[in-house]
Design a protein around this ligand. Sequence first.
Ligand code: RIB
Ligand code: CA
Length: 329
Amino acid sequence: MPPRQIILDTDPGIDDALAILLALASPEVELTAVTVTGGNCTLAEGVRNGLDVLALGDASHIPVAAGVALPLIRPPFTAPETHGATGLGYARLPTSPAKPSPKHAVDTLIDAIMAAPGEVTLAAVAPLTNLALAIRKEPRIVKAVRQVIIMGGAIRADGNVTPLAEFNVFVDPHAAHIVLHSGMPLILLPWDITSKILITQADVDRLLQAGGPIPRFIADATRFYIEFHQQHFGFDGCSINDPAALALAFQPDLAQLQTLFVDVEIASETTIGKTIGDFLGVTQRAPNVQLVVDFDNERFITLFIERMEALVRQIHGDAPAISSGNTSQ
Ligand code: RIB
Ligand code: CA
């Protein structure tokens, strides 16, 4: 089976970076572009991080396209307490010589989808501003895109930013509203599920046995991320939300899905960004998403760790070079 054409729409961000590495480590995936928006860090930081993580994965040929810096209406909202001052926790990567694509992320999404109708899958693991504007600029992408897998929302769980709202939807609820009401083929992987998809320090320690700059990066980035999750949520590890969303593009049987209508609050200041699932059909609104209601966490974590080890062997051979270049705080 040929690899699936996938675009990652990101705000890199620690778990976004892990999603990029998982894409590079997965033969089922042809990562055709990384598009970036503001979110975990600023747009400029996210573009920098996307370029440097691709270089770490020996994939600087993959274009990184800068998108929309700010939410459509809401004020800018970043998460340095979660992803660190630069967006990659304690990790510091060598600066890649690669330059961002000259094409805007919105046009990158439109052109890729329209050039291959029914072929392109979008893993949207950031605020949905780029996708929302792409829909407004070229509505035909709604029918031309193969599938959109969104990491976002908190349906039957507390939010991770407010008591009700998950980060990606909270940052740009108006963009989420456009996407949810677009008619696109959407799979929604909410915080309800990803908050339980944790890698632990033991997983990271196993990865470090592989040696080399990739495990070093993962260890330095996730050390910050684990500290945050322990302090804020009492988790024994950190949620790798975005790699889990990507994995659904090539291992859909990781998830149990339920088709239903999901809406998002965009008016009230106290509940803005809350995603609402109509499980009883009381709104009588046509279903607009396939919601992930269960996920095989254990199988995915094993897959993720094994793919990272395979990536190290793929790039550095069985006896990887001593960590070169990246340093950590
Ligand atoms: O709520 C988690 C999501 O928000 C993840 O995609 C994380 O990277 C942030 O973007
Ligand atoms: Ca993200």
